[in-house]
Design a protein around this ligand. Sequence first.
Ligand code: PRX
Length: 673
Amino acid sequence: MTRQKKTDAPAPTVPASCNAPETRATMRGTIDNLLVEERVFRPLPRIAAEATVNPQDILAARKHADADWKGFWEEAADELQWFRKWETVVDETNAPFYRWFSGARCNIVHNALDRHIETVNKNRLALIWEGEPGDTRKLTYFELYREVNRFANVLRGLGVKKGERVLIYMPSLPETVIAMLATAKIGAVHSVVFAGFSSGALADRIEDAQPRAIVTVDGFYRNGRVIPLKPLVDEALQHCHSLVEAVVVVHRAHLDVAMHDDRDRWWHDVMLHQPTEALTEVVEANDPLFMLYTSGTTGKPKGIVHSHGGYMVGVHRTLNWVFDLKPTDIFWCTADPGWITGHSYVIYGPLMAGTTTLLYEGHPLYPEAGRLWSMVERWGVTILYTVPTLIRMLMRFGTQYPAGHDLTTLRLLGTVGEPISPEAWVWFYKNIGRGQCPLLDTWWQTETGMIMISPLPVSLLKPGSVTKPMPGIDVDVVDEQGNSLPPRTGGYLVIKRPWPAMMSTVFNDHAAYVDMYWSQFPGWYFPGDVARKDDDGYIWIQGRADDVIMIAGHRVGTAELEAALSSHPAVAECGVIGVPDEIRGEVAKAFVMLHDDLPPFGGYVQADDMETELMEHVRRELGPVAVLKAVEFRKELPKNRSGKIMRRILRAEEFGEDVGDTSTLEEGPFCLR
Ligand code: PRX
């Protein structure tokens, strides 16, 4: 990882500037920059030869977007179908409540489904689904279209109207996709609640969203067990005030669940005899499409709202550019539909592109650590888009599992959701991608709706860097006063121009939208992350601004300390927090899980030795500023339901404080965002 030898790169081409020693920034409001990763990976000739978007196109697109960003996005919008074109590309009169493609009439489902029925895509596979026990289901675009129409008729029959919410509390099933698309088709608003949430978390979301109907499942398979879900809906509805008139229950796990006569209906009953055609509601581009809850460190979860028009343009453009889709692709994004990645890049993006998307119901390590690789082989997956936490987990099992499967169909890899340490990056690139597949580290958020910073397949890659903003996206790194920072100086990431898939507001709380994202740097969007650029303009995410540690006046991002620790061969996973120190003000404390297959404490006789070894390792990697005061060894680390380590919980435990809202804390089976 840090200061690595360059022998891992297929062709070492480090620009001289990359090798320059990094300076230690001491400016107020800037973040120190400790990690120096020197490996670079050049575009692969085979990928470059087949790329639709080549480096000249990227340069031209950036130039176009900088000269005329509205015209740039207008061109992207022209790649989709509209019932009526917009009057204004983006109406800024009520900023930051930007209205994209204002006046246009559209429906994302027309682009994701209806229009394919008139083309050769009609009989192409839209969806391949695999259940955890190994059962499978495939739906062509035509079959999916008909199922969606039938369920759209069901929803209309239940009295769901345009603009009303439908809450979908489901794992990754074909019916989840059908319910989402049917809701959008009738102009209603879906709110998918991840099936790993408790009834209490569900009740909060019902209370806030006030859905007219809920779609759920009797139970589902996870890690070899059946997890009942419908009883949690009953419990949640007992404990909140709601408008819910109907609960539709998919029969998945053969559970004998209680059904309330006047409210609950089986999916297979209501779908019977429904016509296979349904009108697609014509909506205004800024009419809401869905909301998804994100939880902050305190307070209630916030419903992030996305609208039809801008969202479809942003997702369509970014999927096509980042993953350079081909008609033969089998696209597997391992995210659950309950998260934004599931919405944008499991469902809407791939379907708009007319590609085949793969869904998996279960646990990634069930029945054993080769499950993912056997699925890649079985379905001939060509693009695999996943999260660093899963890569770290799979690394713990070594290379024997991937080596036992044919992964040669893979042509592109992607990650999202948290910083990927250079170690994990290189492991994924080499062992899964065989050194033949560009690894695209994509930065974005629930709020941004679409990928914002990412390499394209033809980009020069640096492990651990999200590289450059997508054309059309204006990103900078600034100090607390909003001054642009020079290269190698960490600061706050800001987005200086609106973009089409941006959230439209926080549901029922417009003030929170302005406060949370637009008040720190008026006129610019603040995502809450800290980052730096290098001399090539490449962006390195250093973590969440809330997680920055101030060591002897140096502001250090936890992501860098964690990346340094992860580069030690004994470390499987780790989380770092700041703790008070008499001399330095604050220093870092690490919580570390060691690799399972090592003897206790990595072969070091005592915990103390291992602790010293890790402290010295971090100091060697990052320099003397990176003071680790203590290392605590753990068998497990608290993670949220998407697998991110929750430093907030580690901090609260360390200081004996109340842990606050834990609704997103992982309980039981591991899950993917
Ligand atoms: O801190 C960044 C981190 O995840 C946050 C957004 O989380 P969420 O809304 O749950 O969406 C995750 C999936 C899009 C960001 O503010 N993050 C996301 N991608 C990356 C990342 N951090 C580093 N590198 C990434 N590629």
